[in-house]
Design a protein around this ligand. Structure first.
Ligand code: ADP
Length: 422
């Protein structure tokens, strides 16, 4: 079974809202539609749900024109869960779910035992059977959403369309609903197309993502293909860092806070100055971004592969001396690090935790301080005593660095101010 959206254009009056939208979804696929407000996500669902007739192009289910299906046939193939699921009448949850059987009933035909069994099965599947007798007006947003999804499922559709099914719900319901959608694709073979606001939730659960901007699909594919910092900047105008989650290996998107961006905009360009960051464990990530955006040449070391700092450096094309994952710094890495430090104008010892494995990074800071004409800065967001896992050795050596003239700042972003006035 395949749903094909072929070169669809759609208009509200004379205003074009979808342009050349073209993709297909296969049986058992959960496709997430993402994009900024007003990009046409809801309109796309409306077009598939026949609420808005495309002006050109075609929508086909298994090769059959959706627009040409009889209403009942269409409702047996497609079910939709709208954005607003408020119901103003105090029907019981079961009554609401049973309404989903209408496409299967003849005119004036009442629901049979079979219909009630189907409704019950769908309510059990969506974990809301215990709410069967409750008036829907009394349900919480999350409970109501499960009931409305159950209603859609009692239609026994092949394609389920959902418009922001998790917005306004707490994290437990968000997870419950996304897990349910996944289950419905994997075990019930549904095609699900869902507009999802939260990029990270979409990345975690969807098989593929389609990114819309101004009514066009600008990217479609796996989360890794679609959720790039460049795509998100182009579509949303937002600066983000995209990383892989250490546990799930899935993409996650973090916005870059405006405090970091403002610093960036205020400063000039400094391409002839090289700043080296001694970092690791994510302590250097914000400075890598900030300094690169300010036009400085940035280098970094020694960080372990898979470490946050390593990933951010690679993302920003910052030369970085690396060590194997979770391994102590070897002599080779230390020597490469010292070579890199020789080329820098300023060296910054970031707010790293120090153990025996990376004590050589403190030694590298000592080497830097010895080098003529080089400035050493220390970022101390937390006192070194709290980050010292060497039994006091690291603390002693950092205090000595300060005594010998290293400049201390309390926040990473302050490095930019100090460097630009030097
Ligand atoms: P999204 O779901 O991505 O936020 P929509 O599909 O709701 O975007 O809207 C796409 C564009 O169509 C927007 O510019 C919106 O203002 C416009 N639009 C949405 N619904 C209507 C309507 N019923 N009549 C006229 N324009 C509409």
């Amino acid at each position: 079974m395949t749903l094909e959206i072929k070169d669809v254009d759609a208009y509200y009056g004379s205003v074009q809202v979808l342009e050349g939208v073209d993709f297909s979804a296969a049986q058992g696929e959960l496709l997430g539609i993402i994009g900024p407000n007003g990009s046409g996500k809801t309109t796309l669902l409306r077009a598939i749900a026949r609420i808005l007739k495309p002006r050109t192009g075609a929508i086909l289910l298994d090769g059959k024109q959706v627009m040409q299906m009889k209403d009942k046939e269409f409702s047996r193939q497609f079910a939709a869960v709208p954005q607003d699921t408020t119901i103003h009448f105090d029907f019981s949850a079961l009554d609401v779910v049973l309404m989903g059987r209408n496409p299967h009933l003849g005119r004036l035909e009442l629901e049979s035992e079979k219909d009630i069994d189907i409704a019950r099965r769908c309510m059990e599947l969506t974990n809301c059977w215990h709410l069967a007798e409750r008036p829907v007006t009394e349900l919480s947003g999350g409970e109501r959403q499960l009931v409305i999804i159950a209603r859609a499922l009692t239609q026994e559709p092949k394609v389920l369309l959902l418009d922001e099914p998790t917005s306004h719900l707490d994290i437990n319901y968000q997870i419950e609903i996304m897990e349910l959608l996944k289950h419905l694709t994997v075990h019930e073979g549904l095609i699900i197309i869902a507009v999802i606001h939260d990029l990270n939730l979409a990345a975690q659960y969807c098989d593929r993502l389609a990114l819309l901007r101004s009514g066009k699909i600008v990217s479609i594919g796996s989360e890794y293909e679609v959720l790039t910092a460049e795509n998100i900047k182009n579509a949303f105008g937002a600066d983000v860092i995209v990383k892989r989650h250490a546990v799930t290996n899935q993409c996650y998107v973090s916005p870059i806070p405006s405090s970091v961006k403002q610093q960036t905009e205020a400063a000039g360009k400094n391409s002839d100055i090289t700043i080296h960051l001694i970092c690791g464990g994510g302590a250097g990530a914000s400075l890598m971004y900030l300094l690169s955006e300010n036009g400085y040449n940035v280098t970094a070391g020694v960080v372990n592969m898979l470490d946050t700092d390593c990933e951010v450096a690679q993302l920003l094309n910052i030369p970085v001396v690396t060590e194997a994952p979770f391994s102590p710094i070897t002599e080779d890495a230390f020597n490469a690090h010292v070579k890199q430090i020789e080329k820098a104008d300023v060296v910054v010892l970031c707010n790293i935790p120090v153990g025996f494995g990376n004590l050589k990074n403190i030694e590298a800071a000592e080497v830097a301080l010895e080098q003529k004409g080089k400035k050493l800065m220390i970022v101390e967001t937390d006192p070194i005593e709290k980050r010292d896992f060497t039994g006091g050795d690291a603390t002693k050596r950092v205090i000595s660095l300060k005594d010998k003239g290293a400049v201390v700042v309390t926040k990473p972003e302050k490095v930019v101010g100090v460097v630009s006035t030097a």
